[in-house]
Write a protein that binds this ligand. Structure first.
Ligand SMILES: Cc1cc2nc3c(=O)[nH]c(=O)nc-3n(C[C@H](O)[C@H](O)[C@H](O)COP(=O)(O)OP(=O)(O)OC[C@H]3O[C@@H](n4cnc5c(N)ncnc54)[C@H](O)[C@@H]3O)c2cc1C
Length: 292
């Protein structure tokens, strides 16, 4: 019924007012960079964990071997002793994400944020994030409303209105940049909630990109990170479940199931994480359109 859809989760465009016309040109996709983290993070966490057990306390960080840290970290994860995961921060530079996304992101309070200011920036061109799943007609309407908003913004500025007040007319789709720092415990909570299919595609894509970066930096530490259904062994979302994982635990104690089925990014895709428009829309319809 809707024909061809926007299926590119990366789709962003620049809007630039030239005379009375607005040019629409392709813009770069989401950019997720892990810019800093303690290189010895797994050793630091294992060192701290060792301090709890008499006889296991290493004298120096350099005494910690990979074998020792792998063993301790897997025990911490299995026991869900989250406070030990709080040592050390992971800092991300996130670019070309929508203001709608940054509003969702900052709901995660166990983090530090610094975002691009719409107070000090005067846009002479605007990047907007096009939601996935719109039909061709809908995406035309969507872009037209962004163009109208941007024209209104420029007109207010031309009339001498300050840019930090004119920004009120800009769409939620306006792209921006945000720097975020979280510890591994908070990241686990973020991945638990945001890798879930209930989310908007944009924050889900962001969560998986951040998870990829974390898993590359500290593979053992993030070995159980992902949507919480994968860790729990069941979906706690009730009626809003996407159906990829059954609602009830799979006949095994939760942690045993998780240790036997360590999350793996590729297997998520196999097991039903939706990155295509049709499945995403079907999932939204199934759970009554209830998405943040
Ligand atoms: C699919 C989805 C839909 C959503 N829909 C909505 C919505 O419709 N409306 C809406 O408002 N939000 C919505 N949210 C946001 C959600 O309610 C949370 O605000 C967000 O996910 C942050 O989670 P958090 O509080 O666990 O994270 P954080 O704020 O990072 O907190 C981490 C953990 O710290 C502890 N903690 C933090 N602050 C406190 C505190 N003050 N007191 C006690 N313990 C604390 C909790 O254990 C918490 O889980 C949605 C989230 C998702 C994933």
């Amino acid at each position: 019924m809707h024909g061809k859809r926007v299926t590119d989760p990366q789709l962003r465009v620049w809007l630039a007012v030239k005379a009375d016309k607005v040019e629409v040109v392709p813009a770069p996709g989401i950019d997720v960079q892990l810019i800093a983290y303690p290189q010895d993070i797994e050793k630091i966490i294992a060192f701290a964990a060792g301090a709890t057990v008499k006889g296991h306390m290493a004298g120096k960080l350099s005494d910690i071997t990979k074998e020792y840290s792998d063993k301790f970290i897997s025990k911490i994860l299995a026991a869900d002793h989250g406070s030990v995961l709080e040592h050390g921060l992971f800092t991300f530079d996130l670019r070309n994400v929508s203001r709608a996304l940054t509003h969702q992101l900052v709901r995660h309070r166990m983090a530090s944020y610094t975002s691009e200011s719409q107070h000090y920036i005067k846009y002479d061109r605007l990047m907007v994030v096009v939601p996935m799943g719109l039909s061709v007609l809908q995406s035309r309407d969507f872009l037209q409303s962004c163009i109208n908003a941007f024209k209104a913004y420029r007109a207010l500025i031309d009339q001498g209105y300050p840019s930090f007040e004119a920004r009120a007319v800009l769409p939620n789709a306006t792209a921006c940049r945000i720097v975020v720092s979280m510890n591994a415990r908070s990241l686990y909570n973020f991945f638990d909630l945001r890798c879930c299919n209930r989310n908007t595609w944009e924050i889900k894509v962001l969560a998986y990109r951040m998870l990829e970066e974390c898993a590359g930096a500290a593979p053992m530490l993030f070995s159980l990170a992902g949507p919480r259904c994968m860790r729990l062994g069941f979906c706690p979302e009730g009626k809003l479940s996407c159906g990829a994982v059954p609602a009830k635990a799979m006949g095994k104690p939760v942690l045993t199931w998780a240790m036997d089925n360590p999350p793996d990014l590729k297997s998520y895709v196999r097991k039903g994480v939706f990155f295509d428009a049709e499945s995403h829309i079907a999932c939204i319809k199934r759970n009554g359109g209830n998405q943040e």
